[in-house]
Design a protein around this ligand. Structure first.
Ligand SMILES: *Cc1c(COP(=O)(O)O)cnc(C)c1O
Length: 384
């Protein structure tokens, strides 16, 4: 099996997302930041949480940033603020991580799965309109839309916004993967009625555990979400005025995020450089990601589409054998997954683009610390 030539070529497996290199750069600052929290001892809602919220507000150019426990709870807090419940329909893309639809089910509402565009992998506005008609025909009350900024690129918000407006729907932007990206003149976080993000370690801005945030320009929603995040507390600590959740961000995670946010703009530049290198190097052998006009991506993933003649599994094995890890996001669209099959799709039938993409997509290594794009391009050119 292993010819001498192959042995020479083989490499130890590089990390898919290089968090160790980032830690090496930031270690002493992060250790000091954690030590400061250990010294002051306010582990819950300590000063770092409020500092981080101020910095997130500035970074996203939005009026309110509310740190919370994770990206899933961030979405859930948005739905709770809008009092989503039984009989309501919420429109979500099917080509996404399960959390986007899961929170809708938590609230007793019905997620309606919408198809995505083959070009951007994001919510297809035509499919959304079809879904709204279909939900009404099922006797459901359309309430809102959760577009996802898949792999780091914001969805087509102008078009989605006009559909939302026409149908009196709110938008909660699931920006778990796109923190740091921009849509026309707006930063992610300052899009939709509410935007949410995740600080899961592998996201563009990640902490060392679970974390997330909710963003809004609406003062009333902000007050509501701040209360919901801490068990529905009112002005007096022991008079809870509504049913909420335990949805706080730990002070230690906030302290870590403050340090990581300092280098985040540099990391976004490196991610863009890698994306540019991939784009130039991979032309003609596969489909590189398409960006809409006047939109930037935070490149949470660099996801390509393979020609249908290429066996993805074999290609992944060959890449693995030369030390290059790849991942399939996502093998199965949500509307085909066991827990979600029972919920309606926008068409009442299949979602052709989601289904097609799930067979041909492949995500390549990318991070603010990856220097092997050229080698990965050579390997892909050789193996395809
Ligand atoms: C990661 C992710 C979430 C959930 O974030 P957690 O912090 O892991 O709860 C939600 N939506 C999308 C699209 C994600 O990628």
């Amino acid at each position: 099996m292993t010819s001498p030539k192959k042995q020479i070529e083989s490499h130890s497996l590089m990390p898919f997302i290089d968090l160790k290199a980032q830690l090496a750069r930031l270690r002493s600052n992060i250790e000091s930041a954690i030590k400061r929290v250990l010294d002051h001892g306010t582990f819950i809602m300590g000063p770092e949480v409020y500092t981080l919220e101020e910095q997130l507000k500035t970074f996203c150019e939005v009026k309110h940033a509310i740190a919370c426990s994770n990206g899933t709870d961030a979405l859930n807090l948005g739905l709770m603020a809008y009092q989503v419940g039984p009989g309501d329909a919420v429109f979500v893309p099917s080509f996404t991580f399960a959390a986007t639809a899961e929170v809708v089910v938590w609230r007793g509402a019905v997620p309606i799965f919408v198809d995505v565009l083959e070009s951007s992998y994001n919510m297809d506005p035509d499919s959304l309109e079809q879904g709204i008609r279909y939900a009404k025909s099922l006797g459901l009350a359309p309430k809102g839309i959760i577009p996802v900024d898949l792999f780091g690129q914001p969805a087509d918000y102008d078009t989605i916004q006009s559909i939302a407006h026409k149908n009196c729907l709110w938008i909660i932007a699931d920006s778990a993967q796109s923190f740091g990206a921009t849509y026309k003149t707006k930063k992610v976080g300052n899009i939709g009625n509410i935007a949410t993000t995740s600080f899961f370690p592998a996201k563009p801005l990640g902490c060392y555990g679970d974390g997330g945030a909710v963003f809004t320009n609406d003062d009333d929603l902000a007050v509501l979400i701040q209360s919901l995040r801490i068990h529905g507390q009112g002005k007096e600590k022991y008079d809870n005025v509504r049913i909420g959740i335990n949805g706080r961000l730990d002070t230690i995670q906030a302290a870590i995020l403050i340090e990581k946010l300092k280098v985040f703009p540099d990391e976004l530049i490196v991610r863009q450089e890698i994306a540019d290198t991939y784009f130039r190097g991979l032309q003609g052998i596969l489909k590189t990601p398409f960006l809409q006009k006047d939109v930037t991506s935070s490149w949470a993933q660099y996801t390509v589409c393979l020609p249908e003649t290429v066996c993805r599994k074999k290609l992944m094995e060959k890449l693995q054998s030369v030390g290059i890890p790849t991942v399939v996001y996502y093998e199965k669209p949500l509307h085909l997954q066991t827990a979600y099959r029972q919920y309606p799709t926008a068409t009442g039938k299949g979602l052709p683009q989601c289904e097609k993409l799930s067979h041909v997509v492949l995500s390549l290594p990318i991070s603010g610390y990856m220097h092997e794009a050229e080698r990965i391009i050579c390997a892909l050119r050789k193996f395809i």
